[in-house]
Design a protein around this ligand. Structure first.
Ligand code: NAD
Length: 374
C-alpha cells in the first residue's frame, strides 16, 4: 500500500503526517509519498521526510500511485478533482459544512472517512482528532486573550497599588472550554462558566471555575456525550444571564457547539456593548456561525471598544504539536484498517469504521450525516 500526503489548503499550516509518523509507517511495511513542501509550515522539511523513508514528489504523481490519501481537512480543489474510485481518503472533512466536497468524493467513487465522526467511546479515544484539536484551541484562545487584554490576568499587589485579577467568562465546557478554564486559572484569572450539560459541573469546579447554572436545559443521553439544541425559551433565559455576567467580565471565550449544527447564539450585540472598554471576546465557534452575534469568521474586529476575534483554527497556529497529535490519532485509526503485511484491509462492520465512513461506491453511506443534512 502507498500512502499519499499533500500540502493542505492555503491557510492551513498543519500536515497530516510528520517525519516520525513516516518512520512508524515504514516499519509496518507501508510506502509513503509526500508532496514537496507539504510539511514546511509545520516545521518539517523535505529532507527530514526523506530521511524517514518517504518519497518526495509532486501532487499528480501522488494521485497516480498512492491508494490511501491522508489530509488534515478537505483536500485542495486540484486534489479533489483528481481523486478516483481506487482512492481511499481519510481526513477531518467537517462534512455538514462542506457538502460540495463530500459530493465530489461521492461522485468519484472513492471511499472517504471523516475523523470528526469518530464515536466518543473509550476504544475510539486514541483516534479522537476533535478532542486533540480542541485542547490546542482552548489553550491558544486564552493565551491570545491574555496578550490582547490591556490588563493583567493575575492579581498583583505592588508598591504601585493592587491590581485585581481579570474575570474570564467561558461559554461551553467541552474539551476546549475545560482546557481554557485550566489555562486561565493558571494565569490567575477568576473564571465563570456556562454549559448546558450538567455532567460538566463537577469538572468545572475541580478546575477552579464557577459553574453558572441555567435551569431547564435539554439533555439527551443518546447524543453520545454531545449537547443537543436548546429551546428558544431556554436560550433567551440563558442569554440574559450571560449578559449579566459578561458585562462584568474582561474576557469571554466562546466554545459552545452542537455537533453538526449552527453554533448557539449566546452573546448578543447588546451584551458586547455592555462590556467594559478593552475587553476581548474570542469566538472558537466562528466557523459554524459563532456564539457571538458580531463574530466574523477568520477576522478580528473592534466593536465600539471591544475586540472580537473569530477564530476556529487555532491548531493551525500551533502546527508542530497539532500535526503531531493529529498524525498520532491518524496512525491509531490506520491500525484498524492496515493488516500486518502493510496492506489495506478495512473491517466495514467495525463500529468506528461505520461511524466515520462517509462515501463508498458512489453512495453516501453515513446515516448520521444524512440525518444532519436533512
Ligand atoms: P462540543 O465542541 O460539541 O461543544 C462544546 C461545549 O459546548 C459542550 O460542552 C456543550 O455542552 C456546550 N454547549 C452546547 N450548547 C451550549 C449552550 N447553549 N450553552 C452553553 N454551552 C453549550 O463538545 P466537545 O468539546 O467536543 O465535547 C463534549 C463532551 O464529550 C465533553 O464533555 C467531552 O469530555 C466528551 N468527550 C468524550 C470522549 C470520549 O468519551 N471518548 C471524547 C471526547 C469528548
Amino acid at each position: 500500500m502507498i500512502i499519499g500526503v499533500f500540502k493542505e489548503q492555503e491557510n492551513e499550516n498543519r500536515v497530516a503526517l510528520l517525519p516520525d509518523h513516516v518512520t512508524q509507517l515504514k516499519k509496518w511495511g507501508v510506502e509513503v509519498c509526500i508532496e514537496k513542501g507539504a510539511g514546511i509550515s509545520s516545521f518539517a522539511d523535505d529532507d527530514q521526510y526523506q530521511t524517514a523513508g518517504a518519497e518526495l514528489t509532486d501532487a499528480s504523481s501522488i494521485l497516480s500511485k498512492a491508494n490511501l490519501l491522508l489530509s488534515v481537512s478537505i483536500p485542495r480543489q486540484d486534489i479533489l478533482q483528481g481523486i478516483r474510485g481506487t482512492h481511499y481518503l481519510i481526513g477531518t472533512f467537517n462534512p455538514v459544512f462542506n457538502r460540495e466536497a463530500i459530493e465530489i468524493m461521492q461522485k468519484s467513487g472513492a471511499t472517504a472517512f471523516s475523523l470528526d465522526f469518530v464515536p466518543r467511546t473509550t476504544r475510539a479515544q486514541a483516534m479522537d482528532v476533535l478532542s486533540s484539536m480542541a485542547t490546542i484551541a482552548g489553550y491558544k484562545a486564552v493565551l491570545e486573550a491574555a496578550s490582547r487584554l490591556p490588563r493583567f490576568f493575575p492579581m498583583f499587589m505592588s508598591a504601585a497599588g493592587t491590581i485585581k485579577p481579570a474575570k474570564v467568562l467561558i461559554l461551553g465546557a467541552g474539551v476546549a472550554g475545560l482546557q481554557a478554564i485550566a489555562i486561565a486559572r493558571k494565569l490567575g484569572a477568576v473564571v465563570e462558566v456556562f454549559d448546558v450539560r450538567s455532567a460538566v459541573k463537577e469538572e468545572v469546579k475541580s478546575l477552579g471555575g464557577k459553574f453558572i447554572e441555567v435551569e431547564g436545559a435539554r439533555e439527551d443521553a443518546a447524543a453520545g456525550g454531545y449537547a443537543v439544541e436548546q429551546s428558544e425559551e431556554f436560550i433567551r433565559k440563558q442569554r440574559q444571564l450571560i449578559h449579566d455576567h459578561a458585562s462584568n467580565a474582561d474576557v469571554v471565550i466562546c466554545t459552545a457547539q452542537v455537533f453538526g449544527k449552527k453554533a448557539p447564539l449566546l452573546l448578543t450585540k447588546a451584551t458586547v456593548e455592555a462590556m467594559r472598554p478593552g475587553s476581548v471576546v474570542i469566538d472558537l465557534a466562528a466557523s459554524t456561525g459563532g456564539n457571538c452575534e458580531l463574530t466574523q469568521n477568520g477576522q478580528s474586529i473592534w466593536h465600539k471598544q471591544v475586540l472580537i476575534i473569530g477564530k476556529s483554527n487555532y491548531p493551525s497556529e500551533m502546527p508542530f504539536d497539532a500535526s503531531k497529535m493529529y498524525g498520532n490519532n491518524l496512525l491509531n485509526f490506520l491500525k484498524l484498517i492496515v493488516n500486518k503485511d502493510g496492506q489495506l484491509q478495512i473491517p466495514f462492520d467495525d463500529d468506528i469504521i461505520q461511524a466515520t465512513c462517509m462515501v463508498k461506491e458512489n453512495k453516501i453511506v453515513n446515516e448520521r450525516y444524512l440525518q444532519l443534512i436533512k
